[in-house]
Design a protein around this ligand. Sequence first.
Ligand SMILES: [Zn+2]
Ligand SMILES: [Zn+2]
Length: 440
Amino acid sequence: MIEFDPNVVCECGKVHKTDLENCVVKSGAIKDIPLFVKKYNCKKAYIIGDINTYPIAGDKIAAILAEAGIPSAHHIFPDRRLEPDEKAVGSLLMAYDASCDIIIAIGSGVINDISKILAHRTGHPYIIVASAAYMDGYASATSSMALAGVKVTVKAKAPEVIIGDLDILSGAPVHMAKAGLGDMLAKYIAICEWRISNLINGEYYCEHVAQYTRESLKACVDRAPGLLTRDPDSMDALFTGLINCGKSMDYAGVSRPAAGVEHYFSHIWDMRGLEFGTPTSSHGVQCALGTLYTIKAYDALKKVVPNKQKALDYAANFDFEDWGRQLTEFVGKGAEAMIALEAKEHKYDVEKHKKRIDVIIDKWDDILKIIDEELPTLSEFEAILDSFEAPKSLSEVGMDDSNLGMVLKSTKDIRDKYILSRLLWDLGIIDEFCDEVFGK
Ligand SMILES: [Zn+2]
Ligand SMILES: [Zn+2]
C-alpha cells in the first residue's frame, strides 16, 4: 500500500496531507477512548446517539470513561428515523450540556452529520464511533443536510478521532455493510472520470492518489462475500477502505478520487425524494446502483463515433432556459441553485465548448482506453454485486427506474465537475443517448 509522507512533494506537485489524526480499527477499539479524551486535555464528554445507535455502545463508553475518572453526559435522539435537518441540529443544541468539552458520537450517516456540526460550532474535539461500515464520509469536514427541504452541504468539523471497533462493526446489520461497499464501488467511476477530465480539461490529477484508492477498493471487493456472514476481516477491509477513501479526498484536496457521476445519480434521487416524496434508499445502495447504470452508459459510449459538426450544432442550439424549466419540473426547488451555477461555470459557453470538442475528438482513443482500464465490464460488475447479494435494479429497492435518462441528464448541473453527462453534452448526443440507453 502506498504511504504518503506529509513532508515530501509528490510528483503531481502537491504535498499530500490528511486532517485525520487518529483512526483506530480493531476489536475492542472503544477502550481507547479515554486515552484520546486525555490527549486532548478534555474533562467531560458529551455522548450522542439515537435510539438505534446509543444502545450499541453508549452506556459501555460512559462506563469506560467513568472507570478512567472522566464524567459524561449524553443525548439520545428519540426519532425512529432521524432526518439530517435544522430540527435535529436545533434539538441537539438545546439539549447540549455546555460543561462538556469533547463530543463523542455513535453512529454513521445522520448522527455523524449532525454531531460534527455541534463540534464545529462549539470548537471542541470530536470522536466518531462508527456504528457500521456504512459510507466514506466519517472523516469529512462537511455535513450533508436538508435545509428548508433542500439538500445542502454545511461546513462542519472533521473528527479528531475515528473509532472502528470491529466488535461493533461486525454486529451491525448486514445491509449497512452492503451499503458501505456500495459507496466503495463508486470509486471505479470516480477514478475513471477524474482521468477523463484530466485529459480533456487538464484538471489536476495524481496517479499515486488514484492508485491508493484503487488498491483500497480492490481489498474491499476481494473480501465482499465475507460481509454476508459479518466476517471481521471483511469488515476490517471495508472500514479501512472507506477511511482510506476519505483520506484520498484529503490527499487530493478534491472529491475526485471518491465520487463521480454515480454519486450525482444518488443526489438527484435524494432531491426528488425531498421534493416529491419519491422513494429513496441509503447513500451506498444508491451509489452502487448509480455505478451499475453508469457502467452501462460508458459501455454504450464505446460505440459512439464523435461528430464535430453535430456537437457544434447541438451546443449552438442548446436552449438553457428551456433546460432550466425541465430541471425545475424534475427536481423541484433544488433546481434553482443548479441553474444559478451556470453563471459561474459557463459550461454551456459555445466558445469553451469548441475548444473541448477539439480535444475530445483528438483524444477519443485515449478516452476509450481509460474507460477500458478503469471500469469493470457490465457482467464483471454484476458478478461483484452478486458476490455480496446487492440489488441490481432500482425496482428491487422500491425505487422508480422509469426516468433514468432524465436523472443522468440532470447530473451535469449539480457541481462544476466534468463527468459522463458533461461529456455527452459536449458530444451533442445527450438526449438521444439517454433515450437509447435508458429508454424514453
Ligand atoms: Zn500526488
Ligand atoms: Zn459516497
